[in-house]
Design a protein around this ligand. Sequence first.
Ligand SMILES: [Ca+2]
Ligand SMILES: [Ca+2]
Length: 235
Amino acid sequence: MLVALLTVSTAPLLASSPTRLLLHTADGGWGADAMVTGSKTLTARPLGGGAWLGPKDAGARRKVYLRFDLKNVPLERIAAARLKLTIAEMDLTDAGLSEGLGYRIFGLNDGARPEANGRLGEDWPEMLITYDNAPANVHDERTVSLGAGVDRGGQARTLGESVLQGSVFAAGQSFTMLDSAGDPRLLDFLRADTNGHVTFIITRVQGSSANTLTFAARENPRGLPAPTLEIDLLP
Ligand SMILES: [Ca+2]
Ligand SMILES: [Ca+2]
C-alpha cells in the first residue's frame, strides 16, 4: 500500500523534470576546441592543442572554434540550451572591468563542406585548423562569413551576443556565453543539425588590446571544465 502511494505522489514530479545533458568539447567523437589567430606570422599555425582559448579583437584577430558531438541527443526533445565557458585567466583594465567585454557567437552551417586544399568544413580536424583554413572565416576579427552557404568551408549564422562583466567574474569561474531563454536562434540551430555535430565560432567585439581574458580549452592542465553545451530535454 505504501509503495502504491509513493508511486502515485512522485510520478507527476518525475514526469515534469527535464533531463539535463552536459556535452563537452573534451567528449570523444566530434568534441573539439581550437583557437585561430590572424597575427601575421601565425595564420597558418594550428593552435588546437593549446591550453586556453582567447577570442580577441583590437587587431589581434583571434577567434575560437568549438565543436560538440550531438549524436546521442534527441534533437526533437531539446527544450533549452546554454553554452558555458570557464575563465582561465583574466587581466582587465579599469575600462574593461567597468564596461565589460563583448563577444559574438556564430553557428557554422550544418553540412558545411571543405574544399580541396582550401577551407576546412564542419569536420575540421582540431590539430589542423588555422586562421587560413578555418571554415567561414574572413579577415575581419569581429565577424565571419555570414549566409546560408555550405560549400568551400561554408558560412555561418549569428546566434547571439554576450557581454562579460569583468567586475563580477574571476579566473576559474564559469559563465553562460549563450542562452536559449527568450531567443530561438540557439535552439533552431541545434534542432537543424543533420550529422551529429555542431560548431560554434566566437569572436570578441569590444575591448582594447590591453584587456586579456582567456577561457579554458579541453587541454587546460588545471582541471578547469572544458567548454560545455548544457541541454535540457523534454521528458
Ligand atoms: Ca583543443
Ligand atoms: Ca552539423
